[in-house]
Design a protein. Structure first.
Length: 640
């Protein structure tokens, strides 16, 4: 029994011990599992935290890098528009050895270039800043720094465009001006004839016979009005002028601005002559004449003209063609104090002899727009409206006149102008816009003459003289200029002709003071001489025509431009002479028609060889266009 109890107790103990061990093992396993789970969770949390930190750091680094790149590549326009960009790759430094501004020799070959053309336009305030380097590129280039190389033609100024509505100059008497103190003339004053008789008045048909008639020319009175007018060109050291023009007329004064000495000092002018544009510039030490075009621009299209000047150097550009020039002498300053005239000048303005259109009274007829002076736009239409001349319109078209309607009467020739027709009445016995008015006629008996005089001598490089005559006499004086200060003389007379072929030429040297001579000879019965006496160099003789003392009316036209003289009789081909010597200015005070009177104050000089006496034929429509203006021999009795 006792053994059984012991065995039972032993079994119970063994079972209890086993159960305890199992419980302990289970507890240990549970604890291990819990620990493992906790460790895993902790590790995962740590990993997540680390990952988050890494992501945050990466994001911060990326943001910082991106911010740095944006600052380097931001572009701003007018402070209103900004564009930002980034470069490709991990770059932070720019390495360069050359900087191009405005373009390159071959822009398409520049690395990364996306254009094949260089920049055309204006730049200002161009600065290059890198670390401690700071360069004002335009100023450095203008100073001629060896750091920069300027290629091609670069102007250190900028002209604006599209300055307003166009204006149209409808007549050769139209002009805009800007006189001092803001005073302008309301319209162009006409000359009037002041008659001083010393005998019986001359009749148009020779019924009365005075000794002579003196004619003086004075400007008619025009009351000025106060207006805001065109500014003068302020260009003492440098300046610029640009504008656009459009016309079909070949000649006309575009601009004129004088200096303190008027025609003898500083001046600036632009003109059209035979369809070409010419610039005149005088800084006080000599006049410079620049032909700015290689082809005619009187073609009815718009043409752009730009003038830039810096001291003695300058450039004038017409459309795409540029001409560089240097002024005469040593002066660097252009002193302009007078009014700036656009399209012409008033009759009281003395224009230098080099400006032919101004001396001949040929105003510009056509359109002009976009006038910019020293970079400041001028509203031409506004100025024209304020000046209110009536002949300057704020539009541009070429309508208004046509030769197709045959407007010229009595066989006058017609040519098309800009918005008008132009009648040439020189080969007719009529005058007026349409050759509809009888021309005044003077008859001379050999002792009469007409003298046109002025208060002072005039200097000219250009003359236009036309007249008609008839006679049966072989000799006589038509016209002559005289001066009290010079032996210069322009003279036309007739004399008996020589045998020989028409259009023959003769040139010989003379040592007398009166030397340069051009003769228009009408062979067989009568010849005419045109003697242009300027310097003692050469005498040129031209023989043209045949038998003009036939009591028929014949027309004569003399045109001189500097050293070139053109002579024409009736419809014959004009005869040209280009060999009048080095000097081109003719000085004169009075103009005599018929004869040179004994009472005239003429510079003492030997007479021209073979010079005839007074002429007894009739003269009609004698028109002399010189530096004193356009003069027609007429008076009220003949105009009614």
């Amino acid at each position: 029994m006792g053994m059984v109890v012991v065995v039972v107790v032993a079994v119970v103990v063994v079972v209890v011990v086993a159960v305890v061990m199992v419980v302990v093992v289970v507890v240990v396993i549970v604890v291990v599992v819990v620990v493992v789970v906790v460790v895993v969770v902790v590790v995962m949390v740590v990993v997540v935290v680390v990952a988050v930190v890494v992501v945050v750091v990466v994001v911060v680094v990326v943001v910082v890098v991106v911010m740095v790149v944006v600052v380097m590549l931001s572009v701003s326009l007018d402070g209103l528009y900004t564009k930002k960009g980034t470069t490709a790759g991990p770059f932070s430094h720019l390495s360069s050895s050359r900087l191009h501004l405005g373009g390159a020799d071959v822009p398409a070959l520049l690395p990364g270039a996306e254009t094949r053309s260089n920049f055309v336009g204006c730049m200002r305030k161009v600065e290059y800043v890198a670390d401690s380097v700071r360069l004002d590129l335009i100023r450095t280039a203008r100073q001629g720094s060896p750091l920069l190389h300027v290629k091609g033609k670069v102007d250190y100024m900028c002209l604006e465009v599209e300055a307003g509505e166009p204006v149209s100059f409808t007549t050769q008497e139209s002009y805009l001006d800007g006189p001092e103190n803001g005073v302008i003339k309301f319209t162009r004053p006409d000359a009037f004839l002041h008659r001083q008789d010393t005998g019986i008045p001359v009749d148009a048909y020779g019924t009365s016979h005075p000794r002579y008639l003196q004619v003086s020319f004075s400007p008619s009175h025009v009351s000025p009005i106060l207006l805001q007018v065109l500014p003068s060109w302020e260009a003492s050291h440098q300046g610029s002028v640009s504008f656009k023009l459009r016309t079909t007329e070949s000649d006309g004064l575009l601009m004129y601005n004088s200096g303190p000495l008027a025609a003898q000092g500083d001046f600036f002018a632009m003109e059209l002559l035979e369809g070409h544009l010419y610039l005149h510039l005088n800084l006080g030490s000599g006049s410079r004449r620049v032909k700015a075009t290689n082809r005619r621009i009187d073609d009815g299209w718009w043409h752009e003209v730009t003038l830039n000047r810096d001291a003695q150097a300058g450039r004038i550009t017409v459309d795409e063609g540029a001409n560089d020039f240097t002024t005469q002498g040593d002066s660097h300053m252009l002193n302009l104090v007078g009014a700036l005239y656009i399209g012409g000048v008033s009759s009281g303005v003395e224009v230098p002899p080099e400006v032919w259109s101004g001396r001949l009274g040929l105003g510009y007829v056509g359109c002009m727009r976009d006038l910019v002076i020293n970079g400041v736009a001028s509203d031409l239409a506004s100025y024209a409206k304020k000046q209110d001349s009536g002949s300057i319109m704020n539009f541009c078209h070429s309508d208004g006149g046509s030769c197709s309607s045959n407007p010229c009467m009595h066989s006058g020739s017609c040519r098309e102008g800009w918005g008008r027709f132009i009648c040439d009445c020189s080969l007719t016995a009529f005058v007026g816009p349409t050759c509809g008015k009888d021309a005044a006629t003077l008859s001379f008996d050999g002792s009469q003459y007409v003298r046109m005089f002025s208060d002072q001598d005039s200097n000219t490089q250009a003359e236009d003289i036309t007249f008609r005559f008839r006679t049966n006499r072989p000799v006589g004086l038509f016209l002559s200029t005289t001066s009290t200060l010079s032996s210069d003389r322009l003279e036309l007379h007739c004399r008996p002709g020589n045998s020989g072929s028409p259009s023959s030429w003769e040139t010989k040297t003379r040592e007398e003071a009166l030397s340069v001579k051009v003769i228009l000879a009408f062979l067989v019965n009568i010849e005419m001489e045109c003697i242009v006496i300027i310097t003692p160099e050469t005498q040129n003789v031209v023989h043209v025509g045949n038998g003009l003392n036939d009591q028929q009316w014949h027309s004569v036209r003399l045109v001189r431009r500097a050293t070139q003289v053109s002579l024409q009789v009736d419809n014959e081909t004009p005869t040209l002479d280009h060999t009048m010597g080095r000097h081109s200015i003719l000085q004169y005070r009075d103009i005599h028609v018929g004869m040179v009177g004994n009472d005239s104050n003429v510079h003492a000089s030997p007479p021209a060889s073979g010079s005839p006496g007074p002429i007894p034929p009739s003269l009609a429509r004698c028109r002399v266009c010189t530096s004193t203006g356009s003069m027609s021999l007429r008076w009220p009795a003949l105009d009614t």
